[in-house]
Design a protein. Structure first.
Length: 170
């Protein structure tokens, strides 16, 4: 990359863009730091995607990141952290590691951690590992605890038909 002779020469300093790093007397140090930042940059968590209150989405949303919904979504949502705002309405299945519901969901909710705040309105089943329901939340449906609620097969559901078919064959 850089050598001491090039750093001390006035010519390369003028042509190189990173003028602060050659002055720091450790020119090789900033370059690995920059590459370390570049290697950690994909690991760094990007900010949540926000769907504003005037947005109406028809279709499914899928991300490994975070989503904050303030508008209306007619479709399924899959995310890491999903926050449903007070003015939001979701019509479809919601699957996320962490779900915070302040608004309305019509459909199934699957999450490792599900939290219904006092303004939440849920019409559908909730499949969770841990759940918290604040006083004032409106919920119509069933609640089922599973060790792996994010799996689409659902741990107990395939076992029930398999047992029924085994009994029929006996």
């Amino acid at each position: 990359m850089f050598s001491k002779s090039k750093i001390n020469e006035p010519g390369p300093k003028a042509t190189e863009t990173p003028t602060p790093s050659p002055l720091s007397s450790k020119p090789s140090s900033p370059a690995p730091t920059d590459s370390k930042l570049a290697s950690t940059a994909p690991k760094a968590k990007p900010p949540a995607s926000i769907l504003s209150s005037d947005l109406h989405v028809k279709g499914n949303l899928k991300t490994s990141g975070d989503i904050q919904v303030e508008g209306q979504v007619d479709g399924d949502i899959r995310a890491h952290l999903l926050t449903i705002g007070e003015s939001a309405t979701i019509k479809g299945e919601v699957v996320a590691d962490d779900v915070v519901i302040n608004g309305r969901i019509i459909g199934r909710v699957r999450g490792l951690k599900v939290r219904l705040t006092s303004t939440a309105r849920v019409e559908g089943d909730i499949i969770h590992k841990t759940i918290a329901i604040e006083s004032g939340a409106h919920f119509e449906g069933s609640v089922q605890r599973q060790d792996d609620p994010l799996s689409t097969t659902g741990g107990a559901k395939p076992k029930m038909p398999a047992v029924a078919s085994d009994e029929a064959n006996s």
